[in-house]
Write a protein that binds this ligand. Structure first.
Ligand code: ZN
Length: 823
């Protein structure tokens, strides 16, 4: 299909009739309503448009009107699929089109879809094989009436759009720049034909739905433009003038008794702010929108009229009687594909839609999430659209009206619309490939489930915070308290004072240190995430039972190791969320990584200034997990000279950005960092699929690709590498260092027994911990009655090295010979 041949797209009424399309197509815009079958009210709503628009007499009479179903017993399946397409909707064009910069809302959009339908044998045009009733049945579009528009928009809105018809090009340009009370029109262009095309587009949507509810067709595709879902009550916006879909829904609800409940499913890549607004307090229109949101930074970010907050987030659920009937499924990033959309359908759309049980389904069908669309940046394939359509066809006895919204890659929209058209006509959807949703999509979807579970009985698990304020403590505060108690019991670690501007439970005991942190011995500073909790929540209530919850605190094993080796330890807990002093007990998201990293960097600088800089540590090691990693690298970059005191920095990176240590002022910092770092990066980390991974630069440090995925697994898997590295660095000090409490306990036990158990690491660990304080050499000597400190050091070194039992026993014997037994 070569759409570029059709140069008529920016012509006004007269010229278009010479186009290739009209020469050989039957696209007669006969304006009488073929679906007419009802009341006088109907007739008054739909005046014919004699004499306006294209030269109708030049067009062939219609031959492919919708036919009734072939079989009475199978009324739905044997009826035709309807098609609304009117070439005159292409008259809405830019006043001053620039050839180099074609506006994305290109009039050719509807043309390429119609062409694709014809070429695929879905739509009839003169010359096509077989009788017209094998194809989609054509339904005429007509102009929407003022009364119909005012079901959704204000009279002012209608009047303003009508006024455009009589304006000159200059006046239209002016209108765009200075539209009365608002500052500037948001993403629209205007032409004298705009009122006509917009009216035809909305009228087309109405007639599509009416044909469906009148039983003329089994389902219907309205190939209409300009689109509608961004148009608000009194604002044109985002290429949209009238909210086509909402107007059609309201008209049908008024006209048909058997059309009480309408589902509007909006898969346009943008949020349909207009549709949301039109039905926000209406329990009879369920609006479900899947769209890219990017935390509110993707169009439509906010209303230019009253600067409302971004309204496409999942927390906008409707209000009043309509509460729960607005379902936003916002993607936090671009790049979603079939797997993500299908997953959303399976987890949210279909359960809710089935429970709602609509009488009519309208798809606000933008194809800008299609692969190839430049605005959307997503990857939904034609088969993906077909499957979504197919699922929706199970609702409302198959009464599905597809109304075109956005979609700006001509090739993509043609292929996608074709796949939807085939499905409507009864063709089974194509196979899908690779249906594993990406992690962020799973997160996004599960959060919507949690939110909507408040309103929809079918959704589980229920949001526990919806049960009202639980009046409890947040577990991360409880766990930190427990950690502080344990570390005090075992190593007498106590909190270091940290000056704060604000207060929070989460800061209590955030920094714990062994009492010897100022001494001349190695100091290990660990900046870590809170321990991991693994739980299998109750599948229905979401409640977590304590006996089915496991706490994994691998960081603690590093503290254990360091204390045993006689290191001083400063343990810094970096909460993922800081509990507010007046905690509202609601569900809280994890604070943003950037924010947490900044806070952690400030804390590390504070600790350095107040507790690390002035001490006598023989070696300083910094170890960080996730945000701790970012804090350490930031600290080094900001304090190049002071960082030279560091013996080694160790990072574990699971799900935060990998930081490079490149200085703007020094050429040697990255080299230094490479020589002094160990950086373990999770197997699942995005770094490995980035360009950097091909040739890793020094500035990322000494990187190791971990075979583990989670932080706990990584910390466990690489503990030996880390401890070996720390022992290497401190080898000289190890030989002369004072005994650690464990080793003193070991000695004490050894000396109190006649026959000695085997020595070595296993024996040491089997003996357990002790708080016996023998730290001062004098006290220890007196207690064991020893002559020389060096004797004791030798014994300890022997035990520490785990040398042969008989040698160690002999050495102990020799040292202790002549001394009174301890007991
Ligand atoms: Zn869109």
């Amino acid at each position: 299909m070569d759409v570029e041949d059709h140069t008529d797209v920016v012509m006004h009424d007269g010229g278009i009739l010479a186009s290739t399309e009209l020469d050989n197509a039957d696209t007669s815009p006969d304006l009488s309503i073929k679906t007419e079958q009802n009341t006088e009210a109907r007739a008054s709503l739909a005046p014919a448009l004699r004499g306006q628009g294209a030269k109708r007499e030049m067009l062939d009479p219609r031959e492919d009107l919708p036919r009734p179903p072939k079989f009475k017993h199978l009324p739905y399946v044997t009826a035709q699929t309807g098609l609304v397409y009117d070439v005159r909707m292409r008259f809405h064009v830019e006043t001053y089109p620039a050839e180099s910069d074609i506006h994305p809302e290109d009039p050719r959009r509807i043309h390429v879809i119609f062409e694709a339908f014809v070429n695929a044998g879905l739509a009839w045009r003169k010359g096509a094989e077989g009788p017209p009733d094998q194809y989609m049945g054509r339904i005429d579009a007509r102009k929407v009436t003022k009364d119909e528009v005012c079901l959704v928009h204000t009279e002012r809105h209608w009047d303003w759009i009508q006024s455009l018809a009589s304006k000159s090009d200059e006046e239209l340009e002016d209108e765009l720049q200075h539209p009365g009370q608002y500052k500037q029109m948001d993403s629209v262009y205007l032409s004298p034909n705009t009122p006509f095309c917009a009216a035809l587009s909305a009228g087309g949507a109405i007639e599509a739905c009416r044909a469906l509810l009148l039983g003329k067709v089994k389902n219907v595709f309205a190939v209409i433009r300009p689109p509608g879902h961004h148009a608000e009550r009194e604002d044109v916006k985002g290429f949209c003038f009238y909210d086509n879909v909402s107007i059609a829904a309201k008209v049908c609800q008024q006209e048909f008794e058997h059309c009480r409940k309408v589902l509007v499913l909006d898969w346009d890549v943008h949020h349909g702010n207009g549709i949301q607004q039109a039905h926000y307090n209406d329990p009879n229109v369920l609006y479900i929108s899947l769209h890219v949101h990017n935390d509110g930074t993707f169009y439509p970010e906010l209303s230019y009229r009253d600067n409302r907050l971004p309204y496409g987030d999942r927390l906008h659920c409707g209000e009043g009687a309509g509460l729960g009937y607005n379902v936003n499924i916002p993607w936090r990033r671009h790049g979603m594909g079939d797997a993500d959309y299908i997953y959303a359908f399976q987890q949210i759309v279909m359960p809710i839609a089935s429970e709602f049980n609509p009488d009519l389904v309208i798809i606000a069908a933008g194809f800008d999430a299609a692969e190839g669309d430049m605005l959307g940046g997503c990857f939904v394939t034609p088969a993906g659209y077909a499957h979504m359509t197919h699922m929706l066809m199970s609702l409302a006895q198959g009464r599905v009206a597809v109304c075109l919204e956005g979609g700006y890659n001509l090739d993509s929209i043609a292929r996608s619309a074709c796949a939807v058209g085939r499905t409507l006509m009864g063709e089974p959807p194509d196979r899908l490939q690779g249906l594993e949703p990406v992690n962020s999509a799973v997160d996004d979807i599960k959060k919507v489930v949690r939110q909507q579970s408040k309103f929809w009985p079918c959704l589980h698990p229920k949001d526990v915070s919806a049960r009202g304020p639980p009046q409890g403590e947040r577990m991360h505060d409880v766990v930190r308290k427990w950690q502080a108690t344990t570390l005090w019991d075992e190593y007498e670690m106590s909190p270091l004072f940290v000056h704060r501007e604000s207060l929070s439970k989460s800061f209590d005991g955030q920094v714990l240190a062994t009492s010897n942190y100022m001494d001349a011995r190695p100091l290990l500073v660990i900046l870590h995430d809170p321990p991991e909790m693994l739980a299998s929540p109750d599948p229905r209530t979401g409640r977590v039972e304590l006996h089915n919850t496991w706490l994994t605190d691998i960081v603690k094993t590093y503290v254990d190791w360091a204390a045993k080796e006689g290191f001083a330890v400063i343990d810094v807990n970096l909460p993922k969320h800081v509990t507010a002093i007046d905690d509202d007990q609601e569900h809280e998201e994890i604070d943003r990584v950037e924010h947490r990293t900044k806070e952690a960097t400030e804390l590390l600088s504070y600790l350095w200034d107040n507790y690390i800089e002035l001490n006598e540590a023989t070696h300083i090691f910094l170890m960080g997990t996730n945000t701790g990693h970012g804090a350490i690298v930031n600290f080094i970059k900001a304090n190049e000279a002071r960082a030279q005191r560091l013996s080694k920095v160790i990072s574990f990176v699971e799900d935060v950005p990998l930081q490079s240590c490149k200085s703007a002022t020094s050429d040697t910092l990255d080299g230094w960092y490479y020589g002094h770092s160990l950086v373990f990066v999770s197997d699942e980390h995005a770094f490995w699929s980035s360009d950097f991974a091909r040739k890793i630069r020094k500035r990322f440090g000494r990187i190791f690709k971990s075979s583990a995925e989670t932080m706990s697994e990584m910390l466990a898997a690489h503990k030996e590498s880390v401890t070996d590295a720390l022992l290497d660095e401190t080898e000289d000090w190890q030989l002369t260092r004072p005994a650690s409490p464990d080793e003193q306990q070991q000695l004490e036990t050894e000396l109190g027994q006649k026959s000695l158990p085997p020595l070595g690491n296993s024996a040491l660990s089997a003996l357990g911990h002790s708080n016996g304080n023998l730290a001062s050499p004098g006290a220890r000597k007196a207690r064991f009655g020893m002559r020389e400190e060096s004797d004791v050091a030798e014994v300890i070194a022997t035990i520490r090295r785990g040398q042969k039992q008989h040698w160690a026993t002999a050495a102990l014997d020799s040292v202790l010979s002549g001394n009174a037994a301890h007991n």
